[in-house]
Design a protein around this ligand. Structure first.
Ligand code: UD1
Length: 354
């Protein structure tokens, strides 16, 4: 069987790596396509190197743009390639613009679509990712859900049950494979921080970083929290320039984007994590680290009901109070079923037959 696996943006790469390995381990011919949505070395190449993911067979080189420009550019570039490749299936992961673009092209070309991370819903239509998720799941022939809530959402939307497979969380496959190696990284020494004595911050959602008044409020909360817990903030390109203009005080350290290994190293030693990332909500759950999610909703509710995640929104006072509570009391450590490091094997079973 010939499978085309597509990725485009930072959160795709760690989901792709175990899927490629599992499919190739079963003898499938795998073609890796990179859309080029993320292109800076620290947003893309470093993940391929660290995860020992081979260089993509095809690079579409689309780069940044508005949603229409970016999605349209991926479609225009992917369509002729897909015709040339003649694959049986296109596997798309996650919820970024490259995901929906390639799913649309494949569905219209009559090629089977498989979606890794199917069924997640925030029910927040202001998030571009929510639109991407719903469209991709409507198009996909094989829906690979990470958690039971994903299965319930898909069934409630009328997806045929035979298309849906509860496979677990492939992101956790990558985490468990690399955790020991990540923890031996020197980044904590380089930043002069000790395990359990700092917090980690990541923010990149437009709703948090594009409106200066919202970002200023969050920054005020971070400065207040940093008085009792030093904070490390690796900045996504979307927010880096804006942070450079702000005074975050002496105990919030802003650094450039970091690779996968350093991200896991910093998460695993943190007293708490403040984030608006989807994947970090999942990783902190498995690492047992308290996670405050600076959003009003999450497409990953299982990280709240069965993990270490708390939704705290973007009100500065609420963020500060929640951080104080978590720093004083910690959170209970739990792990959802099937987040066990074997999700990619179950995906290969679903796609190739066990
Ligand atoms: C995208 C995804 C988001 C994901 C995030 C992870 C969509 C709709 N959004 O958001 O779901 O959580 O990736 O990072 O697909 N830029 C660079 N270098 C790069 C890439 C981007 O400097 O390598 C800058 C550009 O100024 C660009 C901006 O970041 O305009 C935003 O990039 P884009 O890919 O449009 O969205 P993200 O915010 O990264």
């Amino acid at each position: 069987m010939k499978v085309c696996v597509v990725a485009g943006a930072r959160p795709n790469f760690m989901k792709l790596a175990p899927v490629v390995k599992a499919l190739e381990g079963r003898g499938a011919e795998v073609v890796i396509v990179h859309s080029g949505q993320h292109y800076d070395p620290m947003m893309s190449d470093i993940f391929f190197e660290e995860l020992a993911l081979r260089v993509p067979d095809h690079h579409l080189g689309v780069g940044s743009g508005s949603h229409a420009v970016q999605t349209g550019s991926v479609m225009v570039a992917f369509e002729p390639l897909l015709h040339e490749l003649k694959t049986d299936t296109v596997v798309v992961v996650g919820d970024v613009n490259s995901t929906v673009a390639c799913a649309l092209v494949a569905a219209k070309a009559g090629v089977e679509v498989a979606h890794v991370e199917a069924g997640l819903r925030s029910r927040d239509w202001s998030m571009p990712e929510e639109i991407n998720r719903v469209v991709v799941d409507r198009l996909a022939d094989t829906l690979l859900a990470p958690s039971p809530d994903g299965v319930e959402n898909l069934l409630a939307e009328g997806c045929p049950a035979e298309r849906i497979h509860l496979v677990g969380n492939v992101m956790i496959d990558t985490l468990l494979t690399h955790l020991d190696q990540a923890r031996s990284r020197p980044i904590r020494d380089q930043l002069d921080i000790e395990d359990g004595e700092y917090g980690l911050v990541t923010l990149h959602r437009p709703a948090n970083v594009d409106d200066p008044s919202v970002l200023a409020g969050i920054a005020r909360a971070l400065v207040a929290i940093s008085e009792s817990c030093r904070l490390i903030f690796p900045a996504h390109p979307r927010v880096a320039g804006r942070l450079a203009e702000m005074d975050l005080g002496p105990r919030v350290t802003v650094i450039g984007p970091i690779g996968y290994m350093d991200s896991i190293a910093l998460q695993s030693g943190a007293r708490l994590v403040l984030t608006d990332s989807g994947g970090i909500q999942e990783e902190t759950t498995v690492l047992g680290v308290p996670c405050l999610t600076l959003r009003d909703n999450t497409e990953r509710p299982i990280t709240i009901s069965e993990g270490t995640n708390l939704l705290v929104g973007r009100d500065p006072e609420r963020i500060i109070t929640s951080a104080e509570l978590v720093l004083a009391e910690g959170v209970e450590r739990r792990r959802p079923a099937l987040w066990d490091g074997r999700a990619a094997e179950r995906i290969a079973d679903a796609l190739l037959g066990s």
